[in-house]
Design a protein around this ligand. Structure first.
Ligand code: NAP
Ligand code: SF4
Length: 672
């Protein structure tokens, strides 16, 4: 029986039939910029083999001024066509279809050459754009059309014209960036002239038998954004201009509302796609925070969209569709929407990969081949490092025994899943459990691995994790002090709390302790109220006044470093955590010395001179002061002269996170 009848049903676009309703949305991977087109081709071919109906490439610039950053990949010359053809041929050989996204960044282009409707700088870029004159606008249109024609020559099945997320075409649509008084500005008719003209001219140039997707912004989430009536007017005009499909864009990049982070409720914006669908005659695609086949099926079965776009889930698992089709959906590695190895990498100028699947973007380097010489391998510790090592090694044919002293697998992930807004970690732990079972790993829960018991194995992998660091603060009798693990496991905590340490875990604990009632991530209406997401039919851009819920406790978050708290949190998510805690009235103090913990609270002073003695009144002090490696077993094995591999927090505790742990465990197991 077909478990996902809607998701797996074909979509007839007239000249072509897509084999299912799943689109792999556009992602910038950084692969094209490496110049290694074999690697690019394999990235997409792997996903084509995995059964996705249609893929969209990362954004390709139509010209230098439109590139997201200097040197951004594009299709500038006929010479680029051969490289792109390698990608399309490999995808077609694998039975897939692929469209190239044409992305003109406008004022988001990170360089002094950037152009836009008016010379108004974006709040997220240091570069003010040059206002285009009539000839300049014509050049941009013509460059986009040329890119579409080259895409066709390169063998793509279509193009996606990027018209959302606050990029070039979107910039013309709204008054706060478009102050023009000529035929490209003023009335909405005039402001939408550019995107409509682009689609009309692209269609004219590529002919009827080529997919033209237009990505339309359904809710801008910026002041003076589009109204719903304008969105519908544009959608109809774009359909009239010849687009085959409307894909959904949510929020400009400069919006102060999260749109794809893990704390955003799943499918939080599909109500807008559902509202647009009856207004047009072409298929519409739902997007943002859709990450399971069940959810995709629900959206399609509910008539909210004709197709579902998922992007990051295809980094987490290239075989998403094939596994769903085969009734093995529980084996799909879940995208937890953390951004840690994908978007955060992009902003750091690194290749995008995936926390859950380190092979993403490294397909040609990290190849899973059967072990030439299957061995007996002991893995000690079932946190993310040990789990990744055990599953990968077993998948290659090794006989793996996994020792875990606690009663369940997951290690630090079992704490992360308790944090409101991090519910996706629950699915990750479940997936690890499924994969341990399916890969034939012998799991020994509740068992310490004694050094002598490890003698019988050919290889020993230590993933014994970390111990919470005791910061050694003088503590008076009667003071209530808890470690973060006790708190996240449900220990009673008073109503006034001081948190020692403001790393990722300090922030998580602050969110946990200020949460009153159900996590807003599980309650979309509440989440929208908290973040000020309104209805674009009622307020332009869909912004309303944020109404954060009252915090459950009064919390002070502290660190010794005299810098902004949370500076080292993820580039694309740190601002969300800071904004969330600020909205909950969490006080943030840096540059402190911890003098003493007493029953009345935490005594601190400031600076090297230990000035301004201050009492942070608190019923409970929670320690989130980082970790040290747990190497007890490693030391015992060293004393016996036994060799071992050591990975994860047991290897390096400082700034350890699941991304590094899983990557290290996977790479080690691929080399054994
Ligand atoms: P962390 O990020 O290293 O932060 C430890 C905190 O403790 C720092 O604020 C540090 O600040 C403080 N500290 C260190 N030594 C101390 C001492 N001796 N006395 C008092 N304070 C001390 O560690 P973590 O918060 O435990 O997180 C562990 C890992 O998990 C990190 O890599 C983190 O990135 C990751 N994680 C990530 C997320 C995420 O959302 N991406 C969430 C949770 C955890 P001062 O030295 O300035 O006082
Ligand atoms: Fe999803 Fe995180 Fe992987 Fe990015 S790194 S694809 S957000 S799981």
């Amino acid at each position: 029986m077909n478990p996902y009848p809607q998701m797996l049903s074909p979509l007839d676009l007239g000249h072509v039939v897509l084999k299912n309703r799943v689109l792999m949305g556009s992602m910038h991977t950084g692969l094209e910029e490496t110049g290694d087109w074999d690697r690019v081709a394999e990235f997409y071919a792997a996903r084509a083999r995995g059964g996705v109906g249609l893929m969209v490439t990362g954004g390709m610039a139509p010209n230098r001024e439109g590139g997201v950053f200097p040197g951004a990949a594009g299709l500038f010359s006929d010479g680029d066509i051969a490289n792109h053809r390698r990608v399309t041929e490999r995808v077609h050989d694998a039975g897939g279809r692929i469209a190239m996204q044409i992305l003109h960044a406008g004022r988001y282009a990170y360089g002094p050459e950037c152009v836009s409707a008016s010379a108004i700088k974006s709040p997220i870029s240091p570069f003010a754009p040059r206002e285009l004159d009539e000839d300049g606008i014509e050049k941009q249109i013509s460059d986009i059309v040329t890119a579409a024609v080259r895409a066709r020559e390169a063998g793509y099945d279509g193009v996606e014209v990027m018209g959302s997320e606050g990029y070039f075409l979107n910039q013309f649509l709204v008054r706060h960036v478009n102050r023009r008084t000529d035929r490209w500005g003023g009335s909405y008719e005039n402001r939408m002239r550019l995107p409509v003209e682009v689609v009309r001219r692209v269609r004219e140039a590529v002919g009827r038998d080529f997919i033209v997707i237009y990505r339309i912004s359904l809710i801008d989430l910026v002041p003076e954004g589009s109204t719903w009536d304008e969105v519908v007017q544009l959608a109809k005009a774009i359909e009239g201009a010849g687009a085959s499909i409307l894909n959904t864009g949510i929020g400009w990049h400069e919006a102060r509302v999260p749109t794809i982070a893990t704390s955003v409720p799943r499918a939080a914006f599909t109500w807008l796609t559902a509202r647009l669908r009856p207004e047009v005659g072409i298929p519409v695609i739902a997007s943002n925070r859709i990450n399971t086949p069940e959810l995709a099926e629900t959206i399609l079965a509910g008539g909210q969209a004709d197709m579902v776009s998922m992007a990051r889930p295809f980094l987490a698992d290239a075989d998403f569709v094939a596994k769903a089709e085969a009734g093995r959906a529980d084996e799909i590695a879940p995208c937890i929407a953390c951004n840690q190895a994908c978007l955060d990498h992009t902003f750091a100028g690194k290749i995008s990969s995936c926390l859950v699947n380190p092979r993403a973007g490294h397909e040609t380097e990290l190849v899973v081949a059967p072990a030439a010489n299957p061995k007996a391998i002991a893995v000690v510790g079932a946190g993310p490092a040990g789990l990744a090592a055990a599953i990968t090694a077993a998948g290659r044919g090794h006989r793996v025994t996994l020792f875990e002293r606690s009663a369940e697998i997951g290690g630090q992930l079992t704490l992360a899943r308790e944090v409101p807004g991090k519910e996706e970690f629950r699915g990750l732990v479940r997936w690890f459990a499924t994969m341990i079972e399916r890969s034939g790993v012998e799991l020994r829960l509740g068992q310490e691995a004694a050094p002598d018991a490890l003698a019988e194995y050919d290889e020993v992998i230590l993933a014994t994790g970390v111990n919470a660091r005791d910061p050694g603060i003088a503590t008076d009798p009667g003071a209530k002090v808890l470690g973060y693990a006790e708190v996240l496991r449900g220990a009673p905590v008073g109503s006034r709390v001081a948190i020692v340490g403001a790393g990722g875990i300090g922030f998580d604990v602050a969110e946990y302790l200020t949460q009153a009632g159900e996590s807003a991530t599980l309650n979309p209406a509440e989440w929208m109220r908290e973040w000020g997401v309104g209805d674009p039919a009622a307020s332009p851009g869909g912004l309303s006044e944020p109404a954060p819920a009252a915090p459950a406790r009064a919390v002070t978050l502290l660190q010794r470093k005299a810098e902004k708290l949370g500076r080292k949190l993820g580039k694309t998510t740190g601002w969300i955590h800071r904004a969330q805690l600020a909205a909950r009235g969490v006080k943030m103090l840096g540059g402190v010395n911890y003098e003493r913990i007493a029953p009345e609270g935490l005594h601190i002073s400031f600076g090297v001179a230990r000035e301004k003695p201050t009492l942070i009144e608190a019923d409970t002090v929670v320690l989130c002061a980082g970790q040290t490696s747990n190497r007890t077993l490693a030391e015992a094995l060293t004393a016996k002269g036994r060799s071992y591999h050591i990975i994860g927090g047991a290897d390096v505790a400082g700034e350890l996170d699941a991304k590094r742990a899983i990557d290290q465990g996977t790479r080690l197991a691929l080399g054994l």
